[in-house]
Design a binder for this molecule. Structure first.
Ligand SMILES: Cc1cc2nc3c(=O)[nH]c(=O)nc-3n(C[C@H](O)[C@H](O)[C@H](O)COP(=O)(O)OP(=O)(O)OC[C@H]3O[C@@H](n4cnc5c(N)ncnc54)[C@H](O)[C@@H]3O)c2cc1C
Length: 412
């Protein structure tokens, strides 16, 4: 096998993989990173751009600054097609030959073939999408008339967006005229999350005046109306669709095995079943954990898969070893943003909120940024290696938790 490694996508998976690989491989391989944008997007805060609490520039990190001084060639172009038999990637700008290919093109919005959903609703999958939503909301809050804003989907994205938009609206003069509604197909918000976290977040949503429709299936959408299966119609000035995620639909010929929703099926070594030299990680990859359940589309999974793959590829280049250990990771903590500067989450079965949750979020973001910039050379990357959340963060959080609880007791 030759030594030209091509990485498609500079999101959480692709940027972390390329910087880590470059640190480990040095001159042993040529690394080419391709993305249609010149910047890496900090996705976990894009709902705060949609609600005006962050600017676009705060969440765009120039890729050039992340790969500075590293042996990575960056090409800004759109990936059009992959030809695995010829080992070629076709870009808008040129064709690139590869020896090994890693596909990390992320995800896109899934509309479940619901008529009108893709045409009349706005998605939230990028900073660009967030800026379009912000433009609409900015106009709405200036108008002195009644408005309904509808968000379809009460998963993490819908809840984060809804709480941030409600906070923005409540700060405006027109707050009594605008209502935020969240439509959810199942009987609960944040399906799959811990009940204690859900209860805490439901309280926050209620206080912000958000209306939640449970067990409500969308039948169709037109320009200004959402039609539910139970016959209810909701008129709306703005409908945002956060109800589903599918793999980014990349054209591969001959085709590679994918799930029904377009995720590329890979084994526990992040490798496709059809081609030994094609891997996929992050949201676009469908990988099962040791219990046979697909990993969810989360940045914390994408970063860990990138770390794993960088290790296993560099082992092969440096020692000729093929990986023996499979990728395996259990999510130990999840923190959800519920407005500007407000977070709620679960850590080792404890609900965290307030200053403590904010501190964890800040610490996670800072650590991520540091490890991106150093490509695996500093302490923060060791945190990832040793399981960042379960080891260091847990220790730190419990120290903080005990401290704050102690203060609370003293105050009583
Ligand atoms: C509002 C929101 C909040 C979130 N919060 C969290 C959170 O708190 N914690 C968490 O763990 N996860 C969170 N996530 C999920 C997280 O963002 C994703 O799991 C993560 O981005 C996946 O990383 P990735 O590298 O697979 O894809 P991405 O980060 O989406 O990167 C894909 C890259 O591919 C590029 N690309 C796509 N198509 C092409 C093409 N045709 N040609 C060239 N380039 C292309 C894109 O420009 C992008 O840079 C959140 C998601 C959203 C939408």
């Amino acid at each position: 096998m030759g030594n030209k490694i091509v990485i498609l996508g500079a999101g959480y998976a692709g940027i972390f993989l390329s910087t880590n690989l470059s640190s480990k491989l040095k001159d042993l391989a040529e690394i080419i990173l391709i993305d249609r944008n010149s910047y890496h997007q900090l996705m976990q805060e894009i709902h705060l751009v949609a609600s005006g609490f962050r600017t676009e520039d705060q969440l765009k990190i120039p890729i050039s600054s992340l790969i500075q001084g590293k042996k990575i060639k960056f090409i800004q172009s759109n990936v059009k097609k992959i030809l695995p038999d010829k080992m070629i990637v076709m870009l808008d700008s040129e064709e690139i030959k590869y020896d090994e290919l890693i596909i990390c093109l992320g995800s896109s919005t899934k509309y479940f073939n619901i008529p009108g959903a893709d045409k009349y609703t706005l998605p939230l999958r990028s900073i660009y999408d967030a800026s379009i939503i912000f433009d609409h909301i900015s106009k709405i809050i200036k108008e002195d008339k009644k408005h309904n804003i509808v968000i379809v989907g009460a998963g993490a994205t819908g809840i984060s967006l809804g709480s941030a938009l409600a906070e923005m609206i409540n700060l405006s003069e027109n707050k009594d005229n605008i209502k935020v509604n969240i439509i959810e197909a199942t009987s609960t918000i944040l399906y799959g999350w811990d009940i204690k976290v859900k209860n805490k977040i439901e309280d926050i949503l209620k206080k912000r005046g958000i209306r939640i429709f449970h067990n409500s299936l969308v039948e169709r959408v037109d320009e200004k109306t959402l039609f539910l299966k139970d016959g209810l119609q909701i008129n709306s000035s703005l409908i945002i669709w956060t109800a589903g995620v599918k793999g980014f639909n990349i054209d591969i010929e001959p085709g590679i095995e994918k799930t029904n929703d377009g995720r590329i099926i890979v084994n526990e070594f992040c490798r496709t079943n059809q081609y030994d030299n094609i891997y996929s990680i992050g949201d676009i990859a469908a990988m099962k954990n040791s219990k046979g359940v697909l990993y969810p589309p989360l940045a914390q999974i994408a970063v860990r898969q990138a770390r794993y793959l960088a290790d296993s590829i560099s082992e092969r280049y440096t020692n000729g070893m093929t990986p023996k250990e499979k990728f395996d990771y259990e999510i130990k903590a999840q923190i959800l943003s519920v407005g500007n500067n407000e977070y709620v989450g679960l850590l080792n079965n404890y609900v965290v909120s307030g200053d403590l949750a904010k501190m964890i979020d800040e610490f996670t973001k800072n650590t991520y940024m540091k490890s991106l910039k150093t490509g695996g050379k500093n302490m923060s990357v060791n945190l990832y290696e040793n399981d960042f959340f379960s080891q260091v963060l847990a220790g730190m959080t419990f120290a903080g938790f005990t401290f704050f609880k102690g203060l609370e007791k003293l105050a009583k």
